[in-house]
Design a protein around this ligand. Structure first.
Ligand code: NAD
Length: 416
């Protein structure tokens, strides 16, 4: 039988495994297997050539027992409702494992932003808010950037929402540009949080990060900052990076800043002169100390898991590893830092952004870094301790910490 790669079915399967260990009562388990609500929208958008194109989008609010739902918004040609549901579920577990007072949600629009002009993207972003805005709000549901969405897109969306409400509501969306109420330190927060986890994992394993090698799949927000911060904060050599077009490999180490310039100039890391070409599939199997998948779901599967050599797998992407692959990687040779812990730095600083918007007072970058480090380290240790206590892999441990907190909130509210 071929492996199940539907992300929502994977998210449900992961929850089912945790529920079995926790002996969660059936009604609570069933409640947590499904989104509380979701909205499907159809968006007519005037294109630059005068034609009208019809786009489809979603917003899923998975669970708001611990607070307003929170989660990114993805623009992708292959977006599906099940991907959005899975990402919304993982957001619920992510805010809970970080112990921030928010629930989980996610949004998506099926589109290819690479072939759209800035004007078309702006009209699409505003059209989405005109439909979805009715279920958004700083105390209801707060979007943020994700794959192929940017601070500029967040700014247009915030502006459209302000028109709908008749006044400014900066806290309705996070990941905004700084002059519009964004937080210092949000740009690199996902990668910074991930590198904090790598630092803690290396300590636990007795590995020195200075001089250790890291391969990064995906060279966008998460991947680029992981390269910069992996080198800057942990002294790692960036042995390989890739994007949707392919990758580049040099075991002596690639220069992250030069790679970013090359990608800006050519549109890809492919062809970077100081390394050899490598495919996305080959990159995953390189002999490196740390592997950071930072692109899309289902990259490490039953098919390739046995060939992964990295000692630490730092999941910056959401859902990069399938349950069958997890079973292979839980062998004492690999230390997996599960996605909703490893990439939680982004939502944590988004939460800081919401707090600053509410107060109308803004923190210095150094304060954001310090608070993020403290939050990530505490969450990492809670997960590592639970893995030890239950003799389970880190993903199940993260589920047990997170699901326990969400379950408690649902019970206290009297939902089950
Ligand atoms: P991004 O749009 O900035 O970058 C995505 C990168 O992935 C691009 O370099 C793209 O070329 C590459 N890519 C796309 N398809 C690929 C493929 N098939 N193989 C290899 N590379 C491919 O997106 P991002 O914000 O960096 O998000 C990346 C991952 O991190 C996603 O799983 C996202 O959900 C997760 N994440 C992001 C944030 C955040 O704050 N941005 C927070 C948490 C999790």
């Amino acid at each position: 039988m071929s492996e199940e790669l539907n992300p929502f079915e994977i998210a449900q399967k992961q929850l089912d495994a945790a529920a079995a260990i926790m002996q969660l009562e059936p009604a609570l388990h069933e409640l947590l297997r499904w989104p509380i609500r979701e909205l499907h929208v159809t968006l007519p958008v005037r294109m630059d050539d005068g034609s009208t194109e019809i786009f489809h989008g979603y917003r899923v609010q998975y669970n708001d027992s611990r607070g307003p739902t929170k989660g990114g918004l993805r623009f992708h040609p292959h977006e599906t409702i099940d991907t959005v549901r899975a990402l919304a579920a993982w957001m619920t577990w992510k805010t809970a494992v970080m112990d921030i007072p928010l629930g989980g949600g996610k949004g998506g629009i099926i589109c290819n932003p690479k072939v759209m002009s800035p004007g078309e993207l702006e009209r699409l972003s505003r059209a989405y808010i005109r439909q979805v805005g009715r279920i958004l709000g700083e105390d209801m549901d707060v979007p943020a950037p994700d794959v192929y969405t940017t601070p500029q897109i967040m700014a247009w969306m915030m502006d459209e929402y302000a028109f709908m409400r008749g006044h400014n509501v900066p806290g309705v969306i996070t990941g905004k540009p700084l002059p519009l109420g964004g937080s210092a330190g949000r740009g690199d927060a996902t990668a910074r949080g991930g590198m904090t986890c790598v630092r803690e994992a290396a300590k636990l394993l007795g590995l020195a990060t200075a001089g250790a090698t890291m391969a990064i799949q995906g060279f966008g927000n998460a991947g680029q900052y992981a390269a910069i911060l992996g080198a800057e904060l942990l002294g790692m050599r960036i042995a390989a990076v890739s994007d949707s077009q392919g990758g580049v490999y040099n075991p002596a180490g690639l220069d992250p800043a030069a790679l970013i310039v090359h990608k800006l100039e050519t549109g890809s890391v492919v062809g970077f002169p100081e390394g050899d070409a490598v495919t996305n599939a080959e990159l995953l199997e390189l002999d490196v100390d740390v592997l950071a998948p930072a692109a899309l779901e289902n990259q490490i599967t039953a098919e390739n898991a046995a060939r992964i050599k990295a000692k630490i797998v730092a999941e910056l992407a959401n859902g990069p590893t399938t349950p069958d692959a997890d079973a292979v990687l839980y062998d004492g040779q690999h230390y997996v830092i599960p996605d909703f812990l490893c990439n939680a730095g982004g939502v944590t600083v988004s939460y800081f952004e919401q707090v600053q918007n509410a107060y109308g007072y803004y923190w210095k970058e150094a304060q954001v870094h310090e608070l993020l480090d403290e939050k990530m380290t505490t969450a990492f240790q809670a997960v590592a301790q639970t893995a030890d206590d239950y003799h389970i892999d880190n993903r199940m441990a993260a589920y047990i910490v997170a699901v326990g907190r969400v379950a408690e909130a649902c019970k206290l509210r009297g939902w089950v």
